[in-house]
Structure formats: C-alpha cells, structure tokens
Ligand binder design. Structure first.
Ligand SMILES: *Cc1c(COP(=O)(O)O)cnc(C)c1O
Length: 222
C-alpha cells in the first residue's frame, strides 16, 4: 500500500476548487509525513489527544482539521492551533470554542454538522434545529468563532441514489442558510461532505471539501 500513489489518485478525482482533508486518525505520524512529503497539507483527526500528539511532532505548516465529535471540556487543548472544526452541533459547543479562542486571541473557523443520514445519531443538527439555532441570533455575539459552512455524512449504504439524495439535500440546505443568514459573508462557502466510499458522489453534488481516510492510508486498525 503506497500512501503517495493513493493520495495522487484521490487528488486526480477532485476538481481544482475542492479541497482534500486527508483523514489520518488511527494512523501514525510516519504515514502523515509520507502524505506531507507528497504535498498534502490538510489533515483530519477525530480525537483530541491523538491530534495534539501529532501536532507536536509534525511540521508547523500542517492545517489540522478536527472532524470528530468534540467535547466541550477538550476544546482548550486544540484552540491554539486547530484550523477548522467540522462538527459543531450545539450552541453550547460554539460558546466554548468562542471562549477558548478568545483566550488565545484567535478567530476559529467552524462548520455546522447537519444530520442528513437515515441512521440514528446523537450528533448533528437537524435542518429544523439548525434553523432555530440561527434564528435565535445569540451566535452572532460570538466574535471569536466564524461559521464558514456545513458538514454532513451520508448513510452508510451501497445505494448511490440514497447517498446522492442526502448530499443534494445538504447542498440545498447550505444554499438556504447562505441566503437567509450569510448572504454578505463571503467566508460562508464550505460544504464538507464525502468520504472514501462516496466522495465522487459528494463532489458531483457540490462538495467543497472531502474528508478521505482509508482510501489514502489504508484500513484503520482500532
Ligand atoms: C473517519 C472519518 C472520515 C474518513 O472516513 P474514510 O471512510 O476512512 O474515508 C470522514 N469523516 C469523518 C467525520 C470521519 O470520522
């Protein structure tokens, strides 16, 4: 298994304006270094401690994206350097990110995680709860966070039509939020969707950022 070959294959599938988050969770620093040496700079992790350790020993110019569920009590560890938090799904979490960001004098970019899959999940806003959250306007006071778009995961299924339908629904929802709340904010432009098995469908449905792990680094051993 050759990380650099896999990486090039994935990049070849992506239009110029779609960014690749190489999801390196559960893979060692050496694997990240190999992708880095091939030019990759954006890496995605889903555990705070793991990301912290890797951040400590890998090159400074890596953009670390936190893609997993983030617990409020752990935000402080990543606030000094995290480049994008993909899965904000509550006002409470956004408040904590804002607080920790202000302590280190940063504005932290965040995406709102939207639950689009058919599977049950504890995480992610529903379309309706997200609308309610944005209508309340309390988030506008949080000046050390910047909401740059949405993130979603499709149902884990072989049914491509279902996956396409879900990604298209996220794209439409993004358009709705853009129109209603972020019309004058050019930075509200990200739709983070697509993983190893479905990123091509996601790109066709308007993804601006795909999160690909196993297709680049191989299967994870948990
Ligand atoms: C692990 C993970 C990915 C990458 O999954 P692959 O199937 O390995 O590409 C993408 N997004 C999130 C939120 C993840 O947790």
């Amino acid at each position: 298994m050759d990380i650099q070959t896999n990486l090039k294959e994935v990049l070849n599938d992506l239009p110029q304006d779609v960014r690749l988050v190489a999801v390196s969770k559960f893979h060692p620093a050496e694997a990240i270094q190999a992708a880095y040496d091939a030019g990759q700079r954006i890496f995605g992790e889903s555990k705070v401690q793991e990301m912290d350790e890797k951040h400590g020993k890998l090159p400074e110019d890596i953009e670390w994206h936190f893609i997993g569920h983030l617990q409020t009590n752990k935000v402080k560890y990543i606030a000094p350097y995290v480049a994008l938090i993909h899965a904000v799904d509550s006002y409470k979490l956004l408040v904590e990110v804002n607080k920790q960001a202000s302590k280190v004098n940063r504005i932290i970019p965040c995406l709102l995680e939207i639950h689009i899959a058919q599977e049950e999940s504890k995480y992610g806003f529903t379309f309706e709860s997200c609308r309610t959250f944005l209508q309340e306007e309390a988030w506008k006071e949080l000046t050390n966070v910047r909401i740059e778009g949405v993130m979603g995961m499709a149902t884990n299924t072989d049914d491509e039509n279902e996956i396409r339908k879900e990604f298209e629904s996220l794209h439409r929802f993004f358009n709705e939020l853009k129109e209603n709340y972020f019309k004058e904010q050019p930075y509200f432009k990200e739709i983070s969707m697509g993983m190893s098995h479905d990123y091509k469908i996601a790109v066709a449905a308007g993804s601006t950022m795909v999160r690909v792990g196993s297709k680049i680094f191989g299967e994870r051993i948990y």
